[in-house]
Write a protein of this length. Sequence first.
Length: 369
Amino acid sequence: MLTKSFKLITLLGIPVTVSWSWFIIFGLVVYTLATGYFPIAAPEIAPPLRLLMALISAVLLFACLLAHELSHSYVAQRNKLPISGITLFIFGGVAHLEQEPEDPGVEFKMAIAGPIMSLALGIFFYFLSANLYSFGAPKFLFSITGYLAYLNFGVGLFNLLPGFPLDGGRIMRSLIWKLSNDLRRATMIASSLGKGMAYILIGLGLVGIFQGTLINGLWLIFVGLFLNQAAEMSYRSVLIKRFLTGIKVRNLMTKNVIAVPADILLSALVEKYFFKYRFASFPVLSDDTLLGLVTFHDIKEVPKEEWGSRRASEVMLQLKDDLLIHEDEEIAVALQKIAHNQVGRLLVIDDDKLIGIISQRDIMKLLES
């Protein structure tokens, strides 16, 4: 099965994954550098070497973006905020916070860490490029470092724009939050600025297209659309969290849970459970012991001719923290876990015993009511 992303490395205890969409921007950066930037910056260098320079520059650029996200993550970890991972994708990178900061000072420190890292890298590569030039190094070397200096300055300054969820928008939100002691109001203002920045980028993109710079124009439009959506979703998430505060998992969970025995054959599991009850997944039990969760998606990954010999315990998802929740936890915590586990539901336990199940649909029904 082709997943949306794959794990690249673990740094500071944080898994770094790469989305397949990342290869689109990687290829675009390589193409732009090889055919546009380096032919102007170093016209005397042969095209094959310019292509190699473009590949090296693109790899180092994304290493710098990773350093930007790691700086956010490091500050978050120092302030006891868990990071579930970092993803490199088409719009750069994002660190996945398992919970939002509860203090404006923490958010300020987290937000400003990324731009500081990018600007520091820009200064480093600027002086490295200047020294390489003064010592007579080959031009392809200081052409690469010069590009990295320019891009890191650009990334740092762009992220300081005061529009949520850019780092500058988070900095502004933290300041308004500190002054007003009202997270909802601070998020509303910062998100509105983020939408404003998005419309400006879309407008600049349209102007660029009419002026003949198709790729740059389309890119600005896509970034603007992404920023607009992210700003809207960020504000909604704050409203949802406020609405769900105080509501416990036990208030929404389904108590009469249908579970399947661990040793049931997949053929019987499909016939007697999935086709009969029309659920997407079932808890797996051995006697009264909870072992895991089996989904129809997992079964489809097994060749149909093997359904008569394979058992539920062989294909189920093993119990992990992101599949489990206690009945006394708040619904906001459940929704956050569901968003990360990609299963759409959680098993509710008490003293390691299965007492219920809660799904994303259950929570959405509450929000729609």
